[in-house]
Ligand binder design. Sequence first.
Ligand code: 4AZ
Length: 829
Amino acid sequence: MDKENSDASPKPADLKISNISIQVVSVPGRLPGRRPLRKPIGKARPNKKSKKRTPFWNVQNKIILFTLFLFILAVIAWTLLWLYISKTESRDAFYFVGMFRITNIEFLPEYRQKESREFLSVARTVQQVVNLVYTTSAFSKFYKQSVVADVSSNNKGGLLVHFWIVFVMPHAKGHIFCEDCVAAILKDSIQTSIINRTSVGSLQGLAVDMDSVVLNAGLRSDYSSTIGSDQGCSQYFYAEHLSLRYPLEISATSGQLMCHFKLVAIVGYLIRLSIESIQLEADNCVTDSLTIYDALLPIRSTALYRLCEPTRTLMSFVSTNNLMLVTLKSPYIRRLSGIRAYFEVIPEQKCQNTVLVNEIPGFEGKISSPYYPSYYPPKCKCTWKFQTPLSSLGIALKFHNYSITRKSAKGCEHGWWEINEHMYCGSYMDHQTIFRVPSPLVHVQLQCSSRLSDQPLLVEYGSYNISQPCPLESFRCSSGLCIPQAQRCDGVNDCFDESDELFCVTIKPACDVAVFGQPGPLVCDGFRDCDNGQDEHNCTQSIPCTNRAFKCDNDICFKKQNARCDGIGDCPEGSEEDSCSCSRSSSALHRIVGGADSPEGAWPWQVSLHFVGSAYCGASVISREWLLSAAHCFHGNRLSDPTPWTAHLGMYVQGNAKFVSPVRRIVVHEYYNSQTFDYDIALLQLSIAWPETLKQLIQPICIPPAGQRVRSGEKCWVTGWGRKHEVDNKGSPVLQQAEVELIDQTLCVSTYGIITSRMLCAGVMSGKQDACKGDSGGPLSCRRKSDGKWILTGIVSWGHGCGRPNFPGVYTRVSYFVPWIHKYVPSLL
Ligand code: 4AZ
């Protein structure tokens, strides 16, 4: 056996247990099983054949390596395929977020723990019910799953269940899932009984309040951060103590913040969130936002308020239930993002009162919106009854920064008011207004009409003498509203019907030669304050300067505050004008010609604003990165988003702009009223400032001095690519210009009625020369005689048709908005 073994290496068939000789040698300290094989001893010589090394790249190894290579390749391919499939699946996944109230299950504290048996059991029941609803619906093919995210108590009793529903459409290719249909399937599945006359019905055996069902399309990112594993900085707070302030603070200087703060108070109370400061990238909520919801999940229709800009002003918001969600999103932090806030548990407030007013006329008390000075929540209803002791006394209401007007068919945006059975709509103003009710008994009801929380309201009340509504020292407006004498003709509509401003054109300064040269309006300032223009006649001559004015290079005196980029050399060497480059007269003279097509390059501040690639509105260049336009161009969800907008500068024929920039930010005036077109102004910040090299083709237009009065009869120009006729259905390819005349404000008011001091009229009474659809937001440019500079006097806003006789165009009066413009574009100063 041994010989055989030593002579030749055994064939595999020869290997038997009995053929193998094993020698066991004990080595201290070594484990026997790990011993190396010993060489055969004695006669047994090493086999030459076995000693001969086989080459590594033999066929067998090559096959093994090749198989291994193929295997690795298959694993990589499979992983990539899986990634691709899961990615396309998620692209076609549709997320819905909602809540409803189950009335016949009592809340248990264990429901707050997501891992508890109690939570899991109720969540499973709800998920099964929702599964059944959708798997038996028309959307069954696409239904994937429902996930219960929260089960909470609420002030109406029972359980409030918050959930997500996911649908997957394999080849959606940009199709969207109908939100109303998904919600309708759920609502229609609730069997209500007409006999019971309650909103509670049976949803597959669960008692669900039909009125509590809310279901909206949601975001995949919210889905992941509320129920997924990437919950980031999300937190849950349960507040039990009434007198405590629960802090809510988070900040970061890099990375991202995608936080969901769920706030829950004890049953029967509400939550007041007070925001002390927010740091965000101000981009109109494109990436960064802080949103407050009246729910525990980001359900769009329950949003109470959204903030898109950093602020340090204390603001507070109140929920309508014992819960609130605060989401803070800042996905690309560059400097600092965060929030400093706190929340409190507060009792529900009733806003109803009966007030017996004093017999001495005058304001004596205040009423306010619920939870004043907090923003008041939607769905409010307040009633106040006022009674005067004498039938000769009526009730006066002084609204702070707010006004009410007769309700139109359209409905109200900021509260509707019922006063002694007459309906009014409220809107925010920048001044106070007084409303008088000539009755000793007045019923006032306020109902919130905004879908979001609204700014707090404060109203002073008191009695007034019905037969003599105005105190002696005040001026009586035509509708019986009173204002102090000093507040007449000041560009502010103190009267309901704005009659205090109607007569302003008749008040002219006393153009007595003796007062020329004194500080005041009658200086050489480019405005013809006197009818005959006497105040501007001797402007090249030296006029002695007072200490409130200073001497400038052409020996004309101006007040110091006038030293800014206004085309007037206020400083001795005109230095304040050096850095300003709003358009001077040089290149502009040749443009004063009639005709429809403008000369190319004649209006270098004219901008065409394109929405999703099509010309939509006009605008004017006022600096290297800011444009001025009309607020109504950006009214609505999609239009207020800057992403689909591009600004086309230095353009003559549509589509051939010298410079195109996306829009970084749209600032719509906070008082813009979409019903009356009051405050129709918006600022646009370009993503890319136009380059200096284009300064021959692109030039900013000058902003008028604050409060500058316009002179009726003055000739100005309106420009744009809008329609050439009212009946046309598309705009002009070539930039059009039309000469129009500034129209007396009284005439404008008598034509249209609802003309505020933020508006001015321009046109020709015969019609013909006018702006039209598509010109909106574009400039009304007036050339200042004193220095030839072009001034942006108006912004195309609205009008009755286009070019109709006796219906001039209505423009936003830019001089009213100078402080507002400077707030956002301080470099213009
Ligand atoms: C518009 O719809 C529009 N005639 C703009 C100006 C005028 C009328 C309509 C003034 O954009």
